[in-house]
Design a protein around this ligand. Structure first.
Ligand code: DGT
Ligand code: CA
Ligand code: CA
Ligand code: ZN
Length: 584
């Protein structure tokens, strides 16, 4: 598996750089590239052959060069030049959330532990708490994370599963003899992590579908099982795909059934029984006569059960059926409501594209505006905007505006909330931005009170409008920091500030459960792609998906508001600061 080997190479380089205490910016770049390669759909050797390595998100010319060297020679001159490689065991241990390279090294050096299983055993015996810089609480957390490892590695992030599912159905739809193809299961429900990718196909003949799967996909699938109504294959990345074949007349019933969730379906089946009807994947039938009463479309099934059609994102038996019965399902925000993006990066910090390219890409998406929010310097010396870069960026944006009008480029900033709770720029500089968004990336283990206080201080600051990725969790790899969500929600509400729903497929933050809580308390949200490249702007749809699962309607989403309404909001409007003239 070339992709997995390249992931290991990039992780090894990151680890070597980290042990040498190199620039955090470079280390992070390798780590992000490794993650993106891990989630890559095509075979990386093919991309290399086509000269397309730099199209992988997070892979610039310098990382592409290292990958090319490795794919050509089977080894890495760059890695070898850094001296003897860290033992494989150290890298293995760093895969455990909460175990960084330093800790891995300490544990390896002291106890010669090289595997997660051996580390779990050492935790149980209380050997880890005795090591320098660790302790009983850390030991317990490490053990807990190791126990959750098998479950983690099996599931697929939505940001990988959704585009993959869509590529598959797009290829199947155009195959002769295939009438319809749609994603189903948890992908269609937009769960943040999915177990596998379910695809439903309507065709007269299952052998046609088998041909389409083996010959019509943009990659070579590894067929695991193939029967008359169901096929299972692995896509590159070893992601499992289930394809089910149904006749056209059962399409709606099958789509409803295979979308789930199981809990939602059970309630629906009981509802059918109460009406002397039987619901299954073939249709909705009269119990007495056996006659079919619905099944071609999903809508007619819900209608026949006296329900409004329920958006798939809500089908979790969590109150949606009662709401559909009462005609009270809320209108959910849609991608087409979104007028712009509040979170994006350019080459001025760690993005890959320039301002104009990003803005033109946003324009091509039909947006009215794009906020450029590069990092403030606190995240790493070479990384963020120093004052000189800030001035150049402002000049470039001001010069671009007339070229792109009426499209609007907002000069924003992703401002670090420092470990002390101070913000990374003084007020007179902040006052010059069109939009100030604040993030907490550093010192994330201070404990509930201090972390919460830092978040509250940022929300209370009159010049800060949006709190980015408020929980700090990384999907499947790092838990949220320890903070008081309810206090953050209340503060956002009280100050009229927005909480972000960050669509980066590595984050999805706020997560749906937390966003739902904030939604119920009337908070306004900003949706952000956190794009670091042109393609990254596409992550907006994941933010929309999380918002929909959280029952959020357009009225609670800043991105859907008119320019006048946006400008009047405390999340964007800059109150005048005495003695300072704003840059707008
Ligand atoms: P996942 O894959 O674990 O993220 O979750 P799902 O919901 O996609 O589950 P999956 O792939 O096992 O099945 C897809 C849908 O098919 C599921 O949501 C409901 C339906 N389904 C599958 N097996 C059964 C079953 O035995 N009974 C019922 N009622 N529904 C089923
Ligand atoms: Ca599934
Ligand atoms: Ca499945
Ligand atoms: Zn960002």
């Amino acid at each position: 598996m070339a992709n997995a080997d390249v992931v290991a190479l990039l992780e090894n380089i990151a680890l070597a750089l980290e042990l040498k205490q190199e620039s955090p910016f470079r280390i992070r770049a390798y780590r992000e590239a490794a993650r993106n390669v891990a989630f890559l759909i095509p075979d990386i050797r093919q991309l290399f052959a086509e000269g397309k390595l730099e199209e992988i998100p997070g892979v610039g010319s310098s990382i592409a060069e290292k990958i090319a060297d490795y794919l050509t020679t089977g080894k890495s001159a760059y890695l070898e030049a850094m001296g003897p490689e860290a033992p494989a065991g150290v890298l293995e241990l760093t895969r455990i959330p909460g175990v960084g390279p330093r800790r891995a090294r300490t544990i390896y050096d002291a106890l010669n532990i090289q595997t997660a299983a051996a580390l779990a055993e050492a935790c149980r015996q209380g050997q880890i708490r005795a090591l320098k810089g660790l302790g009983a609480a850390t030991e317990a957390r490490i053990l807990q994370e190791i126990e959750r490892l098998p479950e983690r590695s099996r599931r697929i992030p939505l940001g990988v599963a959704l585009p993959l599912a869509e590529r598959i159905v797009a290829s199947l739809r155009v195959w002769p003899g295939i009438d319809r193809a749609e994603p189903a299961g948890s992908v269609r429900r937009c769960m943040e992590m999915v177990g596998d990718i379910d695809v439903l196909v309507a065709a007269k003949d299952a052998s046609v579908v088998r041909d389409a799967v083996t010959r019509g996909l943009p990659f070579a699938p590894e067929l695991i099982a193939s029967g008359p109504t169901k096929m299972t294959f692995l896509a590159p990345g070893a992601w499992q795909v289930d394809v089910r074949v149904v006749p056209e007349r059962s399409w709606g019933a099958a789509l409803q059934y295979f979308t789930g969730s199981m809990a939602h379906n059970i309630v629906l089946r009981e509802r059918a029984m109460a009406r002397r009807l039987k619901l299954n994947e073939y249709g909705l039938f009269d119990l007495d006569t056996g006659a079919s009463v619905a099944g071609r479309t999903e809508a007619e099934i819900y209608e026949r059960l006296d329900l409004d059609w329920i958006p798939p994102e809500l089908r979790e038996a969590a109150g949606e059926i009662e709401a559909a019965e009462a005609g009270r399902l809320p209108r959910l925000v849609e991608s087409s409501d979104v007028r712009g993006d509040f979170h994006s990066h350019t080459m001025y910090s760690d993005g890959e594209a320039g301002i104009e390219a990003m803005a033109r890409a946003a324009l091509a998406l039909g947006y009215e505006f794009l906020a450029i929010t590069d990092h403030s310097p606190g995240l790493g010396i070479t990384h963020g905007l120093d004052l000189a870069k800030l001035v150049r960026q402002r000049q470039e944006i001001v010069a671009l505006r007339p070229k792109l009008a009426p499209f609007r480029i907002l000069h924003g900033i992703e401002l670090e909330i420092r470990a002390s709770g101070e913000l990374d720029f003084p007020d007179d500089i902040l006052a010059g931005f069109d939009l100030v968004t604040a993030s907490l990336h550093l010192a994330t283990r201070q404990g509930t009170e201090r972390i919460t206080a830092r978040l509250l201080a940022a929300l209370a600051h009159p010049l800060v409008g949006i709190l980015n990725h408020p929980s700090g969790r990384l999907l499947d790899t790092r838990p949220a920091y320890d903070f008081d969500l309810d206090q953050v929600i209340d503060a956002a509400r009280a100050h009229g500030k927005a909480l972000e729903i960050n669509g980066s497929y590595l984050r999805l933050d706020l997560p749906d459960s937390a966003a739902r809580r904030a939604r119920d308390r009337g908070v306004v949200f900003s949706l952000g792609s956190d794009a670091h490249s042109i393609a990254g702007l596409g992550a907006m749809r994941l933010a929309v998906a999380v918002a929909r699962r959280s029952l959020i309607g357009p009225d609670q989403v800043l991105n859907t508001w008119s320019a006048d309404r946006r400008a009047a909001s405390a999340a964007i409007r800059q109150p005048p600061v005495p003695g300072v003239s704003g840059g707008r």
